[in-house]
Every structure is written in structure tokens, then in C-alpha cells.
Design a protein around this ligand. Structure first.
Ligand SMILES: [Zn+2]
Length: 267
């Protein structure tokens, strides 16, 4: 009971602390950041820097600006994260609890909620925030068809998030080295062709662990970036608007997705 009333009190504080980033000069929509009471100053500074670097990356790399405003809510702990999922997404208590236990960041219809309190490693939390903002751009450019090949959706979100944090100077373990270490330790990872649907991803998360599943997706996308650069990543998501995922992949990378999936080895 005590915890619940505390959450309510903080939910009220949330509106008092509503802060807005100034709109980018290119005139697109903006990202509103809401920092809940309890998030420390350094975390807030890093979150702002990560958001600005993300906006710059998409503008400079792809000429993309946001079409609709994004709201980002930074929660200081798991309890407030769960409450925010209920309040902002209209989720039931049970659903919010389920989601809160299994994630540190969520994105739905332009509202991103990130839990800045659970993980010891703050880099990981801000990484998750950037990952979710990348999903927002994917959704915008593909007209919500970005989830067609899940390892692409998740791998691109991770690879761009890692690049953004590095650009913003938010220190953390090197994405490629860390991911390679995870996969080398297990010597067992899912095949890309078995990571196409959300159900595939869930099954792989259960069988291999999410670190290995997302790591496989991330290393596959890094291979594409090392091969063709960042440009084709969003050529792919743009093409999804009008064509099949196979054709979109071919248009973007000049290779058949099935061939790439067969040939890919993480190391
Ligand atoms: Zn994701």
C-alpha cells in the first residue's frame, strides 16, 4: 500500500517536472523529455545528450527528421516504471508488471518509457532508450511495417544505439567486443532465418537467452554496416513501406536476405 501511494505521489511530481528539449533547427517534430523525481542530475544530462545525438544522427545520416513528437519518460526505479506503463499505455496492473519485469525500456505510439533505476550499468539504460528511439524512426519510415524481419529490426536498433552512445561520448563497453564475448562464451546461437517474427524472437530468447539472441541480430547488422555502411539500413526500412521485406532487403543491400542469412557467421 505504501509503495502504491508513493508511486501515485511521484506520478503527480512527474507533471511538475515536465521538461522539453528545444526543437531541432531543421523544423521537425521534437522529443519531450519527462524526468521523474528521483533520477539523478548526471543521468538526466546523459539522457539529454543521447537524445540530441540521436536526432543529429538521423538528420545527418539519412536526412530524416521526426514527423511526430516523441515523449520520453525517464523513471527512477522499477516501481515507477511499472506505474508509468499503466498510466501512459493504459496497461492493466498485471500487464504492466509483466512488462516491467522483462524490460528496461518500451516504445509504443511515440511514447517511450525507460527505467533508469534497475541496472547498475547506466550505459545499458541509455542504450535501451536510444534503441527505442531508433524503433520510432523505423516505424515512421516503414509506416509501421518495420517488424517484418525481426533480427533486422532489433539488430539495427542495437547497432545504431551503440554508435550514438559512442558519438555522444557516453562511455561503456564496446558493443562489438562485448557481443562477441557473449557469443564466444556460449558457442551456440540462433540462425537468422529463425528470427523473423516476434514469436521466433521469444522462442530464441528462451532457448539461448536474450543476450545471445539480440547479440546474433546485432552482429549480423554490424556485418552489413561493415560491408555497406549505415546508408542502406534506412533504405531498407523506407522500402518496406511499399514492398516485401525480401525485396526491400535486396533493394537496400544488393543481396538476397536468404543468402545473407545462410552465409552469416558471427565470427
Ligand atoms: Zn527492440
Amino acid at each position: 500500500m505504501k509503495a502504491k501511494s508513493l508511486a501515485r505521489a511521484l506520478a503527480v511530481c512527474l507533471w511538475l517536472l515536465n521538461l522539453s528539449l528545444s526543437p531541432p533547427a531543421y523544423g521537425g517534430a521534437r522529443i519531450d523529455l519527462v524526468v521523474e523525481h528521483g533520477v539523478d542530475k548526471e543521468a538526466e544530462t546523459q539522457v539529454r545528450s543521447a537524445i540530441n545525438t540521436t536526432i543529429d544522427f538521423f538528420q545527418n545520416t539519412y536526412g530524416l527528421s521526426l514527423e511526430k513528437n516523441i515523449r520520453v519518460l525517464a523513471a527512477p526505479d522499477k516501481l515507477n516504471y511499472k506505474e508509468a506503463i499503466k498510466q501512459w499505455y493504459g496497461a492493466s496492473d498485471a500487464m504492466a508488471g509483466y512488462q516491467a519485469d522483462r524490460s528496461v525500456g518500451l516504445q509504443s505510439r511515440g511514447t517511450i518509457i525507460v527505467d533508469l533505476g534497475e541496472r547498475r550499468n547506466r550505459h545499458g539504460k541509455i542504450f535501451t532508450l536510444c534503441h527505442e528511439i531508433v524503433h520510432h524512426y523505423q516505424s515512421q519510415e516503414s509506416r509501421d511495417r518495420h517488424g517484418a524481419i525481426r533480427w533486422m529490426t532489433e539488430g539495427v536498433a542495437d547497432v545504431i544505439a551503440a554508435h550514438i552512445l559512442e558519438t555522444a561520448g557516453i562511455s561503456g563497453v564496446d558493443f562489438k567486443q562485448r557481443t562477441l564475448a557473449i557469443l564466444k562464451r556460449t558457442q551456440n546461437w540462433p540462425k537468422l532465418e529463425n528470427l523473423h517474427t516476434p514469436k521466433d524472437m521469444e522462442a530464441a530468447n528462451r532457448a539461448y537467452g536474450s543476450g545471445v539472441t539480440y547479440g546474433t541480430a546485432g552482429l549480423a547488422v554490424l556485418t552489413l554496416v561493415e560491408w555497406r555502411g549505415y546508408q542502406p539500413l534506412f533504405a531498407y526500412f523506407r522500402a518496406l513501406k511499399n514492398t516485401s521485406p525480401e525485396e526491400a532487403f535486396y533493394q537496400a543491400f544488393g543481396a538476397r536476405v536468404s543468402d545473407f542469412e545462410k552465409q552469416f557467421r558471427p565470427f
